[in-house]
Design a protein around this ligand. Structure first.
Ligand code: SR1
Ligand code: MG
Length: 408
């Protein structure tokens, strides 16, 4: 058994843990549940009822869990495992510990983070995580800056670029993020129908917007700037009150740094749109929206501050030390950040891969409003990406979008 790949069920996983993993005692009393709710993979928690010890096993298949339409090489499992090792070195304590990888079964074993909660869920339950901006800015600065040509030995970087070529996952992003929200070319968008006229007018029929998305798509194709996570939304982050763990880097490749930063901001905007639209009690709504605004602002402003500091202490490339280069380089990342914030806001609203922040809003009038806030802000992020640079800039745009579509 386990000499040839097959997609495991919970009973197989228990057997796999006994035969293949040196973690549990011989007399362990194992139970297994499938806990994944993502779009691609299967995630199993294995618990020894006797000792209370547990691990997580993540297995990938040859298609995406969300739909057989997406053929995705199981090699993404290797990429995820190797990236987690690298991220553990670059940003210690901010990713789960990993225990092993199996290239036959396309699965890897990692720390069980059941004492944490997926951030998107936690935010929808109106919990707050005070350390989030501090942690996510450290994670992004360390993983992004330290893998650029400004810091990393260029030959070593090229070897990593080669090792983390990720064509299937990149193709998903190229289609779902950069193309389909603006033309529905494969007819697989999933817009909320009461918002369809708005979406047609604001996205599908806006030629100037399409042009800007094309420019950004070519940046995603061409800019092997640094090792990005590639899917850094609040569903890829585990949190508890004073802990943040970034998971799921299977979309990682060498791409534009702003892709990660923009994803973080956009997904805080989704949480904000939900909170501002749904919470009836004024004090509670203010508590939550204030928290989310401060996380948006601090995540970006701390990113900028830490980037500048780490640049000074870590840059090795001679020409990157020329006067003005640091500012020019960071400016480009902040431009990409704004553009990607807009793209992510659009694609999660109208595309196939939604976010619960919007889909869980039961009242159609409220969902229409929350979606329009996101889409209106998104367009300005894309069109004004040469100008938007600080946390405050994003808060102003959010305020503008919320006023444009007042709460009912
Ligand atoms: C077919 S995969 C759809 C989405 O799920 C992943 O989490 C990525 O965000 C991808 O775009
Ligand atoms: Mg994922």
């Amino acid at each position: 058994m386990f000499e040839t790949y097959f997609l495991m069920k919970t009973n197989d996983v228990i057997e796999y843990a006994k035969q293949k993993i040196d973690f549990f005692e011989n007399d362990a009393d194992l139970e297994c549940i499938e806990i994944g709710d993502g779009n691609l993979n299967y995630i199993f928690k294995v618990l020894d009822r006797k000792s209370g010890k547990s691990i997580v096993i993540k297995q990938s298949s040859e298609t995406a869990r969300i739909s057989d339409q997406f053929k995705v090489s199981p090699d993404r499992n290797r990429i995820e495992y190797e990236i987690l090792k690298i991220e553990n070195d670059l940003a210690p304590g901010l990713v789960p510990k990993i225990y092993g990888y199996d290239p036959v079964m396309n699965c890897f074993v990692m720390e069980d983070l059941s004492d944490h909660v997926i951030m998107r869920k936690g935010l929808l339950e109106r919990n707050i995580y005070p350390d989030f901006a501090e942690d996510i800015s450290t994670f992004m600065v360390n993983t992004l800056l330290l893998t650029t040509d400004a810091v990393m030995d260029h030959k070593q970087k090229k070897m990593l670029v080669k090792n983390f070529i990720n064509p299937d996952c990149c193709e998903i992003t190229e289609n779902l993020v950069y193309t389909e929200p603006f033309n529905d070319i494969f007819n697989r968008n999933d817009p909320f129908l009461p918002n369809l006229d708005f979406i047609r007018k604001e996205l599908y029929e806006d030629e100037m917007l399409r042009l800007e998305t094309a420019k950004m798509k070519f940046d995603f194709f061409q800019n092997a700037q640094c090792l990005i996570h590639g899917d850094l939304h609040t569903g890829s982050i585990f949190v508890k009150e004073h802990s943040t763990k970034i998971i799921d880097p299977e979309f990682a490749y060498f791409g534009p740094a702003g892709y990660d930063v923009g994803n973080v901001i956009a997904n805080l905007v989704f949480a904000w749109a939900n909170a501002d639209t749904v919470i009836e009690d004024t004090d509670e709504r203010t508590r939550m929206t204030n928290y989310l605004e401060s996380m948006m602002q601090q995540s970006l402003d701390l990113f900028i501050k830490k980037w500048k500091a780490l640049w000074e202490s870590s840059v090795t490339e001679t020409v990157a030390k020329y006067t003005g280069f640091k500012e020019w380089y960071l400016d480009g990342i902040l431009r990409d950040t704004a553009g990607v914030t807009g793209l992510e806001l659009c694609r999660r609203t109208v595309g196939i891969a939604h976010v619960k922040d919007l889909t869980s809003i039961e009242d159609p009038v409220k969902r229409i409003r929350a979606e329009r806030v996101c889409l209106s802000m998104a367009k300005r992020c894309i069109f004004e990406r040469e100008r938007i640079r600080t946390g405050e800039d994003y808060l102003e745009l959010l305020d503008w979008a919320a006023r444009r579509h007042p709460r009912s």
